[in-house]
Design a binder for this molecule. Structure first.
Ligand code: C2E
Ligand code: MG
Ligand code: MG
Length: 708
């Protein structure tokens, strides 16, 4: 029997042992008390027997001495020694008599019951003699084991002497002993029976204790222990095994029923909580937690089996813009529609075990599992293509058509990584690779470009707060009127002096700032600073004021805040609206022509000039120029570079200038590095020029000096 400390059974056993010990002590106490009572009873009996027997002896002695004294009076009076002798001898023959002495008034012995009386005439010399002789009446004296009874003998007033009889008390003692031994054996018989009774009682109690312990063990301890085991099972998350306690119709049965109900409700709650914890509330897809758990389990199962797994990491392009411009409700709507499209696209490509999850924000993942020998990469490619295609279809949002792209990164187990975290990291990097590749496409993870992607991620980190830390500045590249080479304005160009890497080219960091959304804040700062500085520039020789031309990224163009930023920058700096030029690229305009046209026309209504930058590198479709009203075109540097050597470039540039002029649009030529280029542009009626041949970008103070 396993008795544990502080268990119910242990406590019961301890209590029973204590009770048993108390009973034992009580029993022993009772027994000892009985023994001492017995001893006292015996002593009292002994004493009373003894005094009874002694009183009896004395009484019979007194009667005998009295009778003998009466009988001796006459013979003594006549001094008939023969009669005295006969009477003395008769008396001596009585039981217990040890001596008989008849004496004269002086205490001399007259007769002692013997034949020849050897002591005749001798005075009595024992210790009692003097008192006996002096006594006037009967006397009983004790001397050791002997009782001496005496009586004086007188006739009238004449004292004739006396008689003494000695009785031995040993006979009385023997009689006493015989009487008491019977009593003793009776008493010990009674105490033996009492002891047996007590022992039987103790034994009975012990049996009751053991029986009680067994019953408690079976009725209470065992079921409670099983309940405790079942509770531990529940605690460890096993809700399926029923409580192994037999049906009972008592309080414990009620407890077991209550426990069963509790187990079922805990199991139900657990299921609900798991469902809630493992699913995404918005889309109903598995969430990050469920996805990680599933991926971990799959990877565990797949190790060494030759099976493969692809992780598709999908991220909506520019989703933040939706939240910013249309609000979070619209953003949620987009996510729900996207989730449904992803599920649909994945369901179409059957044949593999798949899982679709939303990791959070606009990030979705798809797990694709394939047995050894299957073309997993082919399957992943087909799904990724379907995703990119399906998600690029216009979404209907409160009656508005919205086109969003998706970038998908694909990582494959075990080729790219073999742990959950690594695989997710690779998927994430691959997704970034897709973003950097121009968005709305998919990319398989590649170790070679991994480093490149990481560098971009690092750059994004470094870019955060770079303006506030004073690492960024704006330089101004002079722009001249072609006709007379008069300085008329400048293009504001952003510079970043990285604290470790040094100067980083805008071509390297502007795309990162755009992709991460940081351009929204940085662009606003560039705009504000450029306006502030340009407002301070001195007037030109002809009295007119120089303009400043600020680059605006596609992302800024799509965000809702640009118009407010421009008006705010103008208001704060006091710069005239017509002295601010905004350079937008063709590609940025084409992404959402309607929106761009609307915004740019509002800006032009303010008086701000809009120039189309990098013209010729994108779609170069003058068709757009009809819908999006601009004030100028900046012919890209790549056309100017080969202007003198490549007749094609010259023809294109000349045609662009002619067409622009026919639409009333001015033309700016960028990247003029040689005198010949400048001369040619002047010949062909180019309006403005900008290039290293004229001036490199200058720090603000140097530009003011140039104006000076
Ligand atoms: P962009 O707007 O086309 O700017 C002209 C670029 O050509 C500038 O490069 C300028 O330094 C360079 N350039 C001018 N003349 C010559 C020349 O004779 N020869 C050569 N080889 N290059 C010349 P930068 O400053 O490196 O800027 C590169 C691009 O970065 C800009 O192209 C623009 O798209 C972007 N960028 C610069 N600053 C900003 C900004 O504040 N906001 C935005 N959104 N983009 C900016
Ligand atoms: Mg520019
Ligand atoms: Mg340009």
């Amino acid at each position: 029997m396993n008795i544990r400390r502080s268990s119910l059974q242990w406590r019961y056993t301890t209590a029973m042992v204590v009770v048993f010990m108390l009973m034992l002590i009580l029993t022993l106490g009772l027994w000892f008390q009985q023994m001492s009572g017995e001893r006292q009873t015996f002593e009292i009996a002994r004493q009373s027997t003894q005094s009874l027997l002694r009183a009896q002896l004395r009484q019979s002695g007194e009667a005998q001495v009295h009778q003998l004294a009466d009988s001796l009076a006459n013979p003594l009076y006549f001094f008939d020694l023969e009669d005295v002798g006969n009477l003395a001898r008769d008396a001596k023959r009585a039981p217990n008599v040890t001596y008989v002495l008849v004496y004269d008034p002086q205490g001399r012995i007259l007769h002692d019951g013997s034949g020849d009386i050897p002591a005749y005439g001798r005075p009595m010399q024992d210790a009692l003699a003097s008192r006996i002789v002096a006594a006037n009446g009967p006397m009983v004296l004790q001397a050791g084991e002997r009782i001496d009874v005496s009586r004086p003998i007188s006739v009238g007033n004449e004292r004739l002497g006396g008689v003494r009889i000695g009785y031995s008390s040993s006979a009385a003692a023997q009689a006493e002993e015989e009487t008491l031994s019977g009593l003793r054996s009776r008493l010990s018989e009674v105490s033996r029976r009492g002891l047996w009774g007590l022992l039987l009682m103790c034994l009975g109690l012990a049996v009751v204790c053991v029986f009680g312990a067994v019953m408690i063990q079976r009725i209470l301890v065992q079921p409670i222990r099983k309940l405790a085991d079942a509770a531990r099972e529940i605690e460890s998350g096993n809700f399926s095994s029923p409580v192994p306690v037999a049906e009972r119709n008592d309080e414990l049965g009620d407890l077991v029923h209550a426990f069963e109900h509790m187990r079922e409700s805990v199991a139900r709650h657990d299921r609900d909580m798991r469902r809630a914890a493992y699913s995404d509330a918005l889309t109903g897809l598995a969430n990050r937690l469920a996805f990680r758990a599933d991926l971990e389990q799959r990877l565990r199962e797949m190790h060494g089996t030759g099976c493969q797994l692809a992780l598709l990491f999908a991220d909506l392009d520019d989703f933040k813009g939706i939240n910013d411009t249309l609000g979070h409700e619209a953003g949620d709507d987009v996510l729900v529609q996207t989730a449904a499209r992803i599920e649909h696209a994945v369901a179409q490509k059957d044949g593999a075990r798949t899982l679709v999850a939303r990791l959070g924000g606009d990030e979705f993942v798809i797990l694709l599992e394939a047995v050894a020998g299957t073309d997993l990469r082919g399957q992943a490619t087909r799904i990724a293509e379907a995703l990119v295609h399906d998600l690029a279809q216009p979404l209907l949002l409160h009656g508005r058509r919205l086109v969003l792209g998706t970038s998908v990164g694909i990582a494959v187990f075990p080729d790219d990584a073999n742990t959950t975290s690594q695989l997710m990291k690779c998927g994430d990097i691959a997704m970034y690779q897709a973003k950097f590749a121009g968005k709305n496409c998919f990319r398989f993870y590649s170790r070679a470009v991994d480093e490149d992607a990481m560098q971009r991620l690092r750059m994004e980190q470094d870019l955060r707060g770079a303006w506030e830390r004073g690492e960024m500045s704006v330089v101004y590249q002079p722009i001249y009127r072609t006709r007379d080479r008069v300085l008329v304005g400048a293009e504001a160009l952003l510079r970043w002096a990285h604290p470790v890497e040094g100067a980083i080219a805008p071509e390297a960091f502007i795309p990162v700032a755009e992709q991460s959304g940081l351009i929204d804040e940085i662009g606003e700062q560039v705009l504000a600073l450029s306006c502030r500085e340009a407002a301070q520039w001195p007037a030109l020789a002809d009295g007119s004021r120089p303009f400043v031309s600020v680059n605006v990224s596609g992302r800024q163009l799509r965000s809702s805040g640009l118009f407010a930023q421009v008006t705010e920058a103008l208001r704060k700096s006091g710069l005239a609206a017509n002295l601010l030029h905004l350079e937008v690229t063709e590609t940025a305009v084409i992404r959402d022509v309607a929106h761009a046209a609307d915004l740019l026309s509002k800006l032009r209504n303010l008086g701000v000039r809009v120039w189309l930058d990098d013209f010729g590198t994108g779609y170069s479709s003058l068709n757009h120029l009809r819908r999006v009203q601009v004030d100028g075109l900046k012919i890209d540097r790549s056309f100017i570079t080969d202007l003198l050597d490549d007749p094609g470039d010259l023809a294109l540039t000349s045609a662009t200038m002619a067409m622009a002029h026919s639409l009333g649009i001015v033309v700016v030529a960028e990247g003029v590095e040689q005198r010949g280029q400048y001369d040619l542009l002047r010949e062909r009626d180019g309006d403005f020029v900008q290039g290293y041949w004229l001036s490199e970008p200058l720090a603000a103070v140097d530009f003011v000096r140039l104006l000076g």
